[in-house]
Design a protein around this ligand. Structure first.
Ligand code: 2P0
Length: 351
C-alpha cells in the first residue's frame, strides 16, 4: 500500500507595512495592503506533515503534539476543503491519479520556537499547513495561488508562502480572488539586511489580533485615514526602497508604519496597548542611535517595528548588528552567561 505523506516547513514573517483590519471577516480580506520580510532563520519555522490514508475516518490535527478540534466551517476546515477541491481538479484531469481527495487527512504541525513568545506562529503555521497539503496533493499551484488559501487560515499567513520581501495586495474582488501575496524581491536581492528579534515578554497577549483589529475597524477614525491616505503611498515607497536597497527609506517608512499601527490600536475604543515600557525604551535607544548617525552626516542605521505584542524586531544592515546588540545589552543586561537557546536574541538573515 503506498504511503501518501508530505512534510514542509514555512518561516515567520514580520510586517513593515502592517495589516490591521478586515473588510470581509469570513474570507479574510484586508482593509489595506501590507508588506513583510520573511525571516530565513532555521529556528523560527513551523514544520507540518500531512498524510492521506483510506483507513483514516476523519480529518484530524495536532499542534505541537496536542490534538486540536477542526471546527466545522472554521478557518482550518476551510483551508483543508479548498486544497481537497484543487486536488479533485487534478484527479478529474488525469484518471490515473490516486483519489486522495476522497481520503481523510491527518496533519501534525510543530513550531520550533516558543509559541508563547508572541511571534507570528499563526502565519508560519497556516503557511506550512497549506504548503504541506499542496505537496501531498502534488498541486500544480503557484505560491500566489496557495496564498489565496493560506489567507483564509490567517491573513498574515499568505505572506509566508514566499521568502524574501512580500506584498499582500488587498485586491478589490468581492470573492477575494485578487487578494493574494506577490514577491517584491527574493531574499538574495538584499542579503545584508538582517532582523534582530528582542523578546521583551513571552506573556500571552491580552487582545488577540483577530478581535483587536475588528474593534479598530468599528471604532477608529484614524484607521479610515490610514487606509485611504497613508498606506497606498507607503506601499509604493517601501517597494521601491527594497528594489533600490535603500535602507534609509526602508527604515523611515517601517518605523512610521509601526508607530501608526500602534496609534490606531490606541485610537480603538476601548484602547488597545501592545507595547510596554521596555518596548518604548528600545524605541528611544534606536531613535537616539539613528539621531547621532544623522547628526554626523550619516544615514539611518536601524529600524524598529512592533506587532500585536511588546517584542521588538530591529531591521538593520549586517555591519551595524554588533553595535546594536551591544547597545541593547548595555541597557538591558542579560543574565551571565548569556544564554540564547532559541537564538531569539540574535540575528535572522533575511537576505
Ligand atoms: C501584520 N499583524 O501585518 C500585522 C501587524 C499583527 C500586527 O497580521 O485574524 O494573526 O488571523 O487574519 O494574521 C496579525 O493578524 O490575523 C497580523 P487574522 P493575523 O503582520
Amino acid at each position: 500500500m503506498p504511503v501518501y505523506q508530505a512534510t514542509v516547513s514555512a518561516p515567520v514573517n514580520i510586517a513593515c507595512i502592517k495589516y490591521w483590519g478586515k473588510r470581509d471577516t469570513k474570507l479574510i480580506l484586508p482593509t489595506n495592503s501590507s508588506l513583510s520580510v520573511t525571516l530565513d532563520q532555521d529556528h523560527l519555522r513551523s514544520t507540518t506533515t500531512s498524510r492521506a490514508d483510506p483507513s483514516f475516518e476523519k480529518d484530524r490535527l495536532w499542534l505541537n503534539g496536542k490534538e486540536e478540534v477542526i471546527a466545522h466551517g472554521g478557518r482550518m476546515a476551510t483551508c483543508i476543503s479548498e486544497l481537497k477541491r484543487l486536488r479533485r481538479e487534478v484527479e478529474e484531469n488525469n484518471a490515473a491519479e490516486p483519489k486522495l481527495s476522497a481520503f481523510a487527512v491527518h496533519i501534525s504541525s510543530l513550531n520550533n520556537f516558543p509559541t508563547a513568545a508572541g511571534l507570528a506562529s499563526s502565519a508560519s503555521g497556516f503557511a506550512a499547513l497549506v504548503a504541506s497539503l499542496a505537496a501531498l496533493y502534488q498541486l500544480p499551484a503557484s505560491p500566489s495561488t496557495l496564498s489565496l488559501i493560506a489567507r483564509q487560515g490567517s491573513g498574515s499567513a499568505c505572506r509566508s508562502l514566499f521568502g524574501g520581501y512580500v506584498a499582500w495586495q488587498e485586491g478589490t474582488a468581492p470573492d477575494g480572488s485578487d487578494s493574494l501575496a506577490v514577491e517584491v524581491a527574493p531574499r538574495e536581492h538584499w542579503p545584508s539586511l538582517h532582523a534582530l528579534i528582542c523578546v521583551v515578554s513571552d506573556d500571552k497577549k491580552g487582545t488577540s489580533s483577530t478581535s483587536g483589529m475588528q474593534r479598530t475597524v468599528e471604532t477608529s477614525p484614524l484607521l479610515q485615514h490610514r487606509i485611504k491616505h497613508v498606506v497606498p503611498e507607503r506601499m509604493r515607497i517601501i517597494s521601491d526602497a527594497i528594489r533600490a536597497r535603500d535602507f534609509d527609506t526602508f527604515a523611515r517608512v517601517t518605523m512610521q508604519d509601526s508607530n501608526q499601527f500602534h496609534a490606531v490600536a490606541l485610537d480603538t475604543d476601548p484602547p488597545i496597548f501592545y507595547m510596554n515600557d521596555v518596548s518604548r525604551t528600545i524605541i528611544a535607544i534606536i531613535t537616539e542611535y539613528n539621531r547621532v548617525s544623522v547628526a554626523a552626516g550619516g544615514k539611518l542605521k536601524a529600524a524598529y517595528t512592533y506587532d500585536a505584542g511588546p517584542n521588538a524586531v530591529i531591521y538593520a544592515p549586517e555591519e551595524n548588528l554588533k553595535e546594536i546588540v551591544e547597545l541593547i545589552v548595555n541597557y538591558f543586561p542579560q543574565p551571565a552567561p548569556f544564554k540564547d537557546p532559541f537564538g531569539l536574541f540574535g540575528s535572522a538573515g533575511v537576505g
